[in-house]
Ligand binder design. Structure first.
Ligand code: FES
Length: 641
């Protein structure tokens, strides 16, 4: 968006070889000028803080975060963006290498990666791996794991043109699995031409900004808004709960629609939206939350699952005694007897924390009314669910709502829930004007879902040969203020509580518990990774007690073709766990040898101080806080990874 000002200077610089002149506030970010004034939306914005590197461009040849460069420093400078990499006829060798290597997945980080790589290759045409890693260290990718990006930079110039790549023969019968194919959207991604949620600004679009609760639990009232309208003429409307024409409650499940679009006098988590400011974008950005006549009455909040589920605890939602949103249970055989008869038993309690998805693309989109219909263009993983929820909220039929998903710059489950969609749809519907909203990074982290924190207590038994006998498992999952995907977590985890292993006797129970914490939702695995931490740690413990190799105990118990799961499913085919474990063996043997050599160099010492390795941690690599555990040597092994 342009901010011309009568006294603002004109600043001229070169962009991709052409002269550009921009008049405006010298403090505006270069990223904003490139995107909004010059239409170069290939430069992406992930954080506006110089942390993610998505906005990396070359400024006088050097890679810089465009979000940190003020327009006032641009006079006479030369900037190159991703749009300047390719000529009209073909991709640059670097872009072709990214395409060939599959170095772009969602593509939101790709322009920044390309520009940082381009700067490196200008001074080091044949970089070492460590040079590539150092050069790309300021650009974050949440999808690829970096390997393919590093490979792409190092093989630049070795692959053919994009045309050659596209014409490469497809793999023949029997060789398709594992073969590399070009992404259908790959050329757009490496050109920076993929359109994400924030990349479209309809003509005349109003801006929308939410006002959010500073309290985890509170009552509130919103007073007379005439004064704020008088002092901010660009403010068109302040939307509150009473403006919602349909149902001010949404949620994933038909029976779990407990989350308001705009809170109605009562907030249940810090960051809950209570109002939406709609108007010209500069005005809504300028108004401070404290400028609104909101009276808060903070209330004691329930942050811990134990206190939320304790007898007599205040209910966050009517009809959820004990603040239990959902419970899950799988019972197979007699776990108590199985454990009693086991040669060895491992037990422990494990806690995991909230985890933020941290996709590089913050939530963004626009909506506009088309007669008796509304169109919503937004980043989302679930356009049809969004459509149905927006229809409920606006009191429309689903056929009156059209959701047009933009490219999704990372989601990982976090964009399975609504974010900007109902807000912009409501504003566009009521005002009959296009309305756009882009969450800031802090707002994205504050307002959207997280991985469920878990507290898991489990006992796992095995016979003297290392065959698993029984598991007794209970997991509590902090679902936060609203249901979201909590029922899925509570019901899926017991099914997977015995892991990818044959366990004849299983007792697995779970609870999803409401608290006044952030909303927990979908995040790759729906609670199963949290359970896997407990399973794998206990397997390590059993192996230690039996003096057995930890890879071996997993191979001995791996599910395969013909295995029967805890829910009675007979597996018609193997998913390949045994083959995966065998593939680990060379690395595992090396790790064992390295640990033995290290320990030999250290001399004899107590086991807890010695270096070890844990297969579970190798697999899952996520945060773990084992708060109690019956085998201290295992703790040191996990901590020593
Ligand atoms: Fe890098 Fe998605 S491809 S963040």
């Amino acid at each position: 968006m342009s901010r011309p000002a009568a006294s603002a200077p004109s600043i001229s610089f070169r962009v991709n070889g052409s002269k550009a002149t921009v008049t405006g506030d010298p403090m505006r970010r270069l990223s904003e000028v490139l995107r909004d004034d010059l239409g170069l939306t290939g430069t992406k914005v992930g954080c506006d803080a110089g942390d993610c590197g998505a906005c990396t461009v070359r400024l006088d040849g050097d890679p810089v975060c465009a979000c940190l460069v003020p327009l006032g420093q641009m006079d006479g400078r030369d900037v190159r963006t991703v749009e300047g990499l390719a000529d009209v006829a073909s991709l640059s060798p670097l872009q072709a290498a990214f395409l060939s290597a599959g170095a772009a997945q969602c593509g939101i980080c790709t322009p920044g990666m390309l520009m940082a790589s381009d700067a490196l290759l200008a001074v080091a045409p044949h970089p070492t791996e460590s040079q590539v890693m150092a050069a790309l260290g300021g650009v974050l990718c949440r999808c690829t794991g970096y390997r393919k990006i590093v490979d792409a930079v190092r093989t630049t110039g070795e692959v053919g043109s994009a045309g050659d790549l596209a014409e490469a023969p497809e793999p023949g019968p029997g060789s398709a699995v594992g073969a590399r194919i070009l992404r259908l959207d790959g050329v757009d991604q490496v050109m920076g031409a993929t359109i994400f949620g924030a990349d479209v600004v309809p003509a005349g679009a109003l801006g929308l900004r939410t006002v959010r609760s500073p309290h985890a639990r509170a009552k509130f009232t919103i007073g007379d808004l005439s004064a704020i309208h008088a002092t901010h003429p660009g403010l068109v409307r302040v939307l509150v709960a009473a403006d919602i024409p349909g149902q001010n409650q949404h949620g994933v499940y038909a029976t779990g629609k407990d989350q308001p679009v705009l809170a109605d006098g009562h907030v249940r988590y810090r960051g809950e939206a209570v109002a939406a400011l709609v108007g010209d974008p500069e005005t809504v950005a300028r108004i401070r939350d404290a400028d609104l006549p909101i009276t808060w009455e903070p209330l004691p909040a329930l942050f811990e699952m134990e206190t939320a589920a304790a007898p007599g605890a205040e209910q966050l939602h009517k009809g959820s005694p004990g603040n239990i949103l959902a419970a899950g249970r799988v019972v197979c055989g007699d776990a108590t007897t199985g454990l009693a008869a086991s040669a060895v038993v491992a037990s422990g309690t494990f806690e995991t924390s909230h985890v933020e998805h941290a996709y590089i693309e913050p939530e963004a989109g626009y909506a506009r009314r088309r007669g008796d219909r509304v169109e919503v263009f937004a980043t989302t993983q679930t356009p049809y669910m969004d459509r149905d929820e927006i229809a409920l909220i606006l009191g429309l039929t689903p056929t009156q709502v059209r959701v047009m998903p933009s490219a999704c710059g990372g989601g990982f489950g976090g964009k399975l829930d609504l974010s900007v969609q109902p807000l912009i749809a409501l504003a566009a519907w009521l005002l009959d004007r296009p309305v756009r909203c882009v969450y800031t990074r802090p707002e994205s982290m504050l307002a959207t879902t997280k991985r469920h924190p878990a507290r898991i207590t489990a006992r796992l038994g095995a016979d003297a040969t290392g065959r698993l006998t029984a598991i007794d498992f209970h997991g509590d999952f902090d679902t936060g203020a609203y249901a979201s995907w909590g029922p899925t977590v509570a019901n899926r985890v017991p099914v997977h509580a015995s892991g990818p292993y044959v366990v004849p006797a299983v007792r697995a129970t779970t609870r999803a518990i409401y608290t006044n914490g952030p909303i927990s939702g979908a995040f790759r695995g729906f609670g199963v990774p949290q359970a896997a931490i407990a399973q794998e740690a206990l397997l390590d413990d059993l192996a230690a007690q039996l003096g057995m190799d930890r890879l071996e105990i997993r191979l001995r118990n791996a599910l395969g073709a013909g295995s029967v799961t805890a829910t009675g499913q007979v597996l018609a085919a193997s998913a390949g766990l045994g083959a995966c474990l065998e593939a680990l063996r060379p690395a595992w043997d090396r790790a064992i040898a390295d640990a033995a050599a290290f320990n030999a160099r250290q001399g004899a010492g107590d086991l807890p101080t010695r270096r070890g390795v844990g297969i579970g941690a190798m697999w899952y690599g996520i945060g773990i806080h084992p708060i109690s555990f019956n085998a201290t040597p295992i703790l040191s092994r996990i901590g020593g990874m």
